[in-house]
Design a protein around this ligand. Sequence first.
Ligand code: HEM
Length: 201
Amino acid sequence: MQKRWLKPLVFIVCLLPLIILGWQLYTGQLGANPIDEVADSTGEWSLRFLLITLMATPLKRLFGWAWAIRVRRMLGLYAFFYAGLHLFTYLWLDQFFDWGEIWLDILERPFITVGMLAFVLLLPLAITSNKFMVRRMRRSWKQLHQLAYVIPALGVLHFWWLVKADVLEPLVYGVALVLLLGSRISAGIAVKNATREGCAP
Ligand code: HEM
């Protein structure tokens, strides 16, 4: 599908969660603690986009949906965008840029440590996501971008440690990640076997 409208459409659809959240905030629909709601929503959308990005390759492999690969970079950048908003909400509206407190929080609350680690690891992926860096880094780009599986795993752990008792939601995300990782590993094994058979005398 070589449609020119694909990328603009995906761009707008990915922006909808933010538009809806902004509207709910503006109209006072976020309840007694709107800051928590904004932090929760942006955090969850970041995790969702991380997982949706990982779905692009299996979708192409299973159903031949090549368009999923064309929007993969945009989806990954949206994961970064929502993570940035999530972090910014925490730094500004939760901690009022009190860097001493923020530093203590990172050191003393494991769920914050893991969230911060996820964000720090996401940075190099976002910076190197352009075509120029893909060409320049070659093999090391592929190695670096394997972090795309580590980051959502940290996101799930971050969520799990936050909710403590009611782990259903992080569990669902965790299972989705395991399935995506399983699909990636089985595809890798299939390619290896095919190469070996191709090389056989
Ligand atoms: C890729 C990075 C990150 C992801 C995927 C992520 C994801 C999430 C998710 C899914 C939640 C729970 C949402 C819910 O309860 O429905 C959450 C909550 C939270 N996250 Fe993150 N997070 C990330 C990074 C960070 C960072 C860097 C910080 C701060 C240093 C942070 C601070 C928080 C806080 C304070 C909450 C609780 C919000 C509240 O209930 O008030 N997160 N995050």
